[in-house]
Design a protein around this ligand. Structure first.
Ligand code: PLP
Length: 371
């Protein structure tokens, strides 16, 4: 092994992702690499699709892990659905809504946005008013806004869009595997996620799912999908059917890792996994409040897996993070954009969401704050 790799220490990952990876997933990643057309591998691909359908709660046939991180999932959804001039509405209350706007604009969409204060959720009435005035091909929102710790009302927005021709596109990068994500019940047409948050697999794959309505929009395109690597009309021929056609070499070992990570989530049971995230979040918040700290987000909109806590007055934000990392071997995240220097982002994602980690962080934080 290279000397540099040997020097990497075990750091407890309590930031906005990646999260801690369980040993079973590391073992799976180290499995012997086989060919991407090998019958064993095709079986694993089929099983991953079924596992993803269970975790995403969808019967969508076009469900697969795209190659690349969560942003590749975002690009896959937008690039396959947008044609130049299409009207798109993006609901923004953090970094990842802004990234959606950037991606959709680059594809030549006519993008409208509704912006909400960072740290607060999307307001349904504002969306309703916008939809009363305009018709959109796509309405897009981030379920769990990792930059602020806010849960957006994804089910309610789905109800607003029900029965319309609009495609409902949702970012489930941080929510999937840590809280309920119910694609079919909530009327979602296009969903993407990532592996390194609550699925506790290293970064590198982006689960995506397209409803029949999205597949019809994809098949009905007047123009070719403008990105070769992410073109689902071609990728589908590798992931579906009796005979598979090579598109690009699948990231074999990453897919072993995801296969194992999804198996762990499903074996524990989705409801149990969600409860574990919630209980550890509650314990963390109680501990932080005992220390006199305040959360950024109102209780009813808080995410269990991403806890945004206000930096107390007079405290060196970066200094405390550095002390946690160097002296206690714990990584937490900083605030982004307007929240830079004002909050810490403490992740309780997937395998990280355990009482021993909550207690270790609270004790280390007490020391770092000189309490
Ligand atoms: N969407 C959300 C909500 C995220 O939290 C992230 C990453 O943190 C992304 C998209 C982008 O994913 P990645 O960094 O894996 O490309």
């Amino acid at each position: 092994m290279s000397n540099l790799l040997k020097e990497i220490e075990e750091i407890l990952l309590m930031g906005p992702g990646p999260s801690d990876v369980p040993d079973e997933v590391y073992t799976a990643l180290a499995t012997h690499t086989i060919g991407h057309m090998d019958p064993y591998f095709i079986t694993i691909m089929d099983e991953i699709k079924t596992q993803l359908q269970k975790v995403i709660k969808t019967s969508a046939k076009l469900t697969l892990p795209a190659s690349g991180t969560g942003s590749a999932g975002m690009e896959t959804c937008f690039v396959n659905l947008i044609e130049p001039g299409d009207r798109v509405l993006i609901l923004i209350n953090g970094v990842f809504g802004m990234r959606m706007q950037d991606v959709a604009t680059r594809l030549g969409a006519r993008v409208d946005t509704l912006e909400f204060e960072w740290g607060t959720p999307v307001i349904i009435d504002a969306v309703k008013k916008k939809l009363d005035i305009n018709t959109y091909k796509i309405v897009a929102v981030v379920h769990a806004e990792t930059s602020t710790g806010v849960r957006n009302p994804v089910a309610e927005i789905g109800t607003l869009l029900a029965g319309s021709d609009t495609l409902y596109l949702v970012d489930a990068v941080t929510s999937l595997g840590g809280m309920d994500v119910n694609m079919d019940k909530w009327g979602i047409d296009s969903l993407y996620s990532g592996t390194q948050k609550c699925l506790s697999c290293p970064p590198g794959l982006a689960p995506i799912a397209f409803s029949d309505k999205s597949v019809a929009a994809l098949k009905g395109r007047k123009t070719k999908v403008p990105n070769w690597y992410l073109d689902l009309t071609m990728i589908i021929n590798y992931w579906e059917g009796h005979t598979r056609a090579y598109h690009h070499t699948a990231p074999i070992n990453m897919l072993y890792g995801l296969y194992q990570a999804l198996d762990l989530v499903l074996a524990e049971g989705l409801d149990t996994v969600f409860r574990r995230h919630l209980e550890n979040h509650q314990a963390l918040v109680a501990g932080l409040e005992d220390m006199g700290m305040q959360m950024l987000v109102d209780e009813q909109y808080r995410l269990p897996m991403l806890n945004a806590v206000k930096v107390p007055d007079g405290i060196d934000e970066a200094g405390v993070r550095k002390a946690l990392r160097m002296e206690h071997k714990i990584e937490i995240g900083a605030g982004l954009g307007p929240l830079a220097g004002k909050i810490w982002r403490i992740g309780l994602m997937g395998h990280t969401a355990r009482p021993e980690n909550v207690n270790r962080l609270l004790a280390a934080l007490k020391t770092a704050l000189g309490k």
